[in-house]
Design a protein around this ligand. Structure first.
Ligand code: 2HG
Ligand code: ZN
Length: 461
């Protein structure tokens, strides 16, 4: 049946590139989560919107599940194909289609890498401000599907803020041209915003018009060492009041240990439990003095133990590497990832509660904390001890996540801040969204994707 269906797809779309070799199935069938064994039916690499529509019509008629696929850097299993799905990779649709100087927008195909979008915007003296460590590998289509956040959200917001228009092939194969770059459009439901963050369950983004911004002022990068968790939020308040922040990121000594073992350069001597990398506007001497004053005040108040200001672009990049290199440095330890958020004001109470809970329940597991503390977004990576089997480790981590979800619920937080629900957090959606909301989500899904062929099993079972 599936071989027949594939032959039928090739007959309908003779130019469509289809891959069925074992190595390709393995490569395209997984994302950066390494928990599932890839087992897709085949990989389709369409080169046009028409081909995407043709695939979707074929999939509806043949009831073949589709897994939309970008750079596959996701950490929630949203792009995993483990059950005979057709992977629809947008990798070949990766061009810049146009720039409009008056609208200050860039129109791109979905498979373009975030870094290439940055480059294209820079060529016109502007920036696309969403940014994070996976920039070289992730694709803009995947960024849109997960409403990606990253390291500049504190200044610029999430991907959602930067999408002026979207072309989307819905689950039924219809092409939707959503918002068409308009700034004002008060004409009913905004399907563009519904598709953003829908994790490939409603439609496939086939073209995006991105808003661009003026480049920020010249900036400075500082690394701070802090004595305790309380100091973290106090230094954030101090710096935010005094400086114009572009980023405010934190990590623990445990994270530092891994990133240094992975080749990064130590920048501050001694042992310190917490670190912050912050970047702020520093266009002139006055701004630079304000930064120094804020720093000195932090030291005087006992909130900051040590710090360095980057003296060159290379040094700034080296400081950033300490934060941006964490995910890669943890990968060999098969981390179980949690990506959670609470309101900034709820961070201290939440942190205290969750830390004492973890120490009480699991005194021996290695937990690495880092993240976008200025957005209330924490990454909690639990590392696999050599003594535990993969299955026992996952079972233990699921228990940790359950406790985390209960704590989050009490603090009004979210079980996924920026990585998406995918497969990994599906069982915990109820901790963040009400039964009424989930029922509405299911209703929306059935309207966009009546045959349930788009990314089935992701977001909800
Ligand atoms: C980051 O902020 C990414 O570096 C990845 O969101 C987080 O690896 C993680 O848990
Ligand atoms: Zn992050």
């Amino acid at each position: 049946m599936t071989a027949d269906a594939l032959a039928e797809l090739s007959r309908r779309l003779p130019d469509l590139r289809l891959l069925t070799e074992a190595g390709d199935l393995e490569h395209y069938g997984r994302d950066w989560t390494r928990r599932w064994t890839p087992a897709p039916l085949a990989i389709a690499l369409p080169a046009s919107i028409e081909e995407v529509q043709g695939i979707m019509r074929w999939a509806n008629e043949n009831k073949v599940a589709i897994v939309p696929s970008g750079g596959r850097t996701g950490l929630s299993g949203g792009a995993v194909a483990a059950h005979g799905e057709l992977v629809l990779s947008l990798a070949r649709m990766n061009r810049v289609l146009g720039f409009d100087a008056v609208d200050r927008t860039l129109t791109v195909q979905p498979g373009i890498a975030l870094e290439a979008v940055h480059g294209a915007a820079r060529e016109h003296g502007l920036i696309y401000p969403v940014d994070f460590a996976a920039r070289g590998s992730c694709s803009i289509g995947g960024n849109i599907a997960t409403n990606a956040g990253g390291i500049r959200v504190i200044r610029y917001g999430n991907t959602r803020e930067w999408i002026a228009g979207l072309k989307v092939v819905a689950g039924n194969g219809e092409l939707l041209d959503l918002n068409r770059g308009l700034i004002k459009n008060s004409s009913g439901y905004d399907f563009r915003q519904l598709v953003i963050g829908s994790e490939g369950t409603l439609g496939i983004v086939v073209e995006a018009t991105l808003r661009l911004a003026d480049p920020p002022q010249p900036s400075q990068v500082m690394l701070l060492a802090l004595p305790d968790m309380d100091a973290l939020m106090q230094v954030f308040a101090l710096f935010r009041a005094r400086l114009s922040l572009q980023a405010f990121e934190f990590f623990t000594d445990m994270a530092l240990k891994h990133v240094l073992a992975h080749g990064a350069q130590r920048a501050i001597d001694g042992e310190h439990p917490y670190y912050v990398v912050t970047e702020f506007d520093a266009p002139d001497e006055r701004a630079q003095e304000a930064a120094l004053t804020a720093f000195e005040q932090g030291v005087e108040q006992g909130l900051i133990s040590d710090g360095v200001i980057a003296q060159s672009d290379a040094q700034a990049a080296a400081l950033w590497r300490l934060r941006e290199g964490i995910t890669e440095s943890l990968a060999p330890h098969k981390p179980y990832k949690n990506d959670i958020s609470v309101r900034i004001s709820a961070v201290p109470a939440f942190l205290q509660e969750i830390q004492s809970l973890l120490t009480r329940e699991y005194p021996d597991i290695e937990v690495v904390w880092f993240g976008h503390i200025g957005d209330g977004n924490l990454h909690i990576n639990v590392l696999k001890p050599d003594t535990l089997s993969d299955a026992d480790f996952i079972a233990q981590c699921e228990h940790v996540t359950k406790l985390l979800a209960q704590t989050l619920q009490r603090h009004g937080g979210s079980i996924s801040a920026e990585h998406g629900i995918g497969l990994v957090k599906r069982a915990y959606l109820e901790s963040t969204r009400s039964a009424a909301e989930i029922a509405l989500m299911r209703g929306v899904k059935s309207v966009f994707d009546p045959n349930g062929i788009l990314n089935p099993g992701k977001l909800f079972a």
